[in-house]
Design a protein around this ligand. Structure first.
Ligand code: HEC
Ligand code: HEC
Length: 302
């Protein structure tokens, strides 16, 4: 009987082996268009149990939406996690936590090893938050992981849940254009993110996040790739009107945003932008790091 069950288990696993699970950065994943409603709904806040676990979920939620204020030692820019993972990490096609948590541990080309979920979050602290990641066994990391775990309640494990990451927006045939991107920026983005991508502050706190400059994501962040930013922008921006830009507009404005200076890639090789480009950026999607635009080398940091 035991061996029969074992045989059935092997048979059941076979289809999964025939269709390998994508373990790359989500920018390369193909997920259905946003029109196809995602099937997964994370639990509502009032379903939280009133116990030690529920308390931890609340702590993780607070850290996720108020990262900069609650973890100043770990955050080196003006951002919170929820600025890029919209609706508190719940929104489909905005790299939701419930799409991420069940997919780890996973191999990442970025650091060429199998990453735990905590290591994946540490990556966003180092690059997207331009900061110093908390230790994997720190109370904050546990709280963030518990929040993601709870949002993933009843999600399948090790299977791409529709809505994970961002749908890929293919590069338009004619590529992208900075002048057109600047125009899109002026018309659709500057009102919130500022003429110089500086965001907006009230009493020293950002109420609109910066898109470039010293308080933005650094040159090692996933968002510095034009393809990744185009996908995020197409499916999430302008805030309140997702999907309103054409693919061409999303690429043009992503290129415009990502041709501006931002904090240096913390992996900088021997102080050299060129060496860093060759090692980390030459095969990392579409990006401008280390390239010369209008006679100026991009990626010098600030
Ligand atoms: C500047 C935008 C930005 C910020 C801020 C940011 N992230 Fe991310 N995050 C991304 C992008 C882009 C990706 C996709 C990574 C890639 O393609 O390299 C990602 C991926 C992830 C993933 C993996 C998603 C998956 O489906 O595998 C997790 C988990 C995550 N981020 C958590 C966090 C946490 C926690 C914070 C705050 C400490 C944070 N992120 C802050 C942009 C951001
Ligand atoms: C109505 C105001 C508004 C408009 C218009 C708008 N955004 Fe945003 N954007 C936001 C807010 C607010 C966030 C953070 C979302 C959150 O915290 O829930 C954000 C987040 C972002 C982020 C990720 C966080 C960061 O700072 O890097 C990017 C990139 C971005 N927007 C790009 C754009 C682009 C490009 C446009 C124009 C096509 C645009 N936005 C238009 C309000 C806006």
């Amino acid at each position: 009987m035991k061996s029969l069950i074992a045989t059935l288990a092997v048979l059941a696993l076979n289809p999964a082996q025939a269709a390998p699970i994508a373990m790359e950065d989500q920018s390369q994943l193909k997920v259905p268009a946003m029109q196809a409603a995602p099937q997964f709904t994370p639990p509502a806040e009032d379903q939280l149990p009133d116990n030690a676990f529920g308390k931890m979920v609340r702590e993780g939620h607070a850290l996720f939406v108020d990262t900069r204020r609650l973890m100043p030692e770990a955050v080196g820019n003006g951002l919170n996690c929820s600025n890029c993972h919209l609706d508190q990490g719940r929104l489909a096609f905005s790299a939701p936590l419930w799409g991420a948590y069940p997919m780890y541990p996973a191999y990442r080309k970025k650091n060429d090893k199998v990453n735990t979920f905590a290591e994946r979050i540490q990556g966003c602290f180092q690059f997207s938050m331009n900061g110093t990641p908390p230790a994997a066994d720190s109370p904050q990391m546990t709280a963030l992981s518990v929040y993601a775990y709870w949002l993933s309640t009843q999600a399948p494990i090790g299977v791409e849940t529709p809505g994970r990451g961002y749908p890929e927006v293919p590069q338009p045939k004619g590529g992208y254009d900075f002048a057109r991107g600047q125009q899109v920026y002026r018309e659709h983005c500057a009102i919130c993110h500022g003429d110089q991508g500086e965001g907006q502050q009230v009493a020293g706190e950002y109420v609109m996040p910066p898109l470039w400059g010293k308080d933005s994501y650094n040159w090692g962040a996933g968002m510095h790739r034009i393809n990744t930013a185009a996908s995020f922008i197409k499916y999430n921006m302008p805030l309140g009107r997702p999907g309103s830009l054409t693919d061409q507009q999303a690429w043009d404005v992503a290129a415009w945003v990502n041709r501006h200076e931002r904090p240096q890639d913390p992996r900088l090789v021997e102080g050299s932008v060129e060496k860093t480009r060759v090692k980390f950026h030459a095969n990392d999607g579409v990006n401008l790091y280390g390239q010369t635009v209008d006679g100026v080398v991009i990626g010098q940091g600030m």
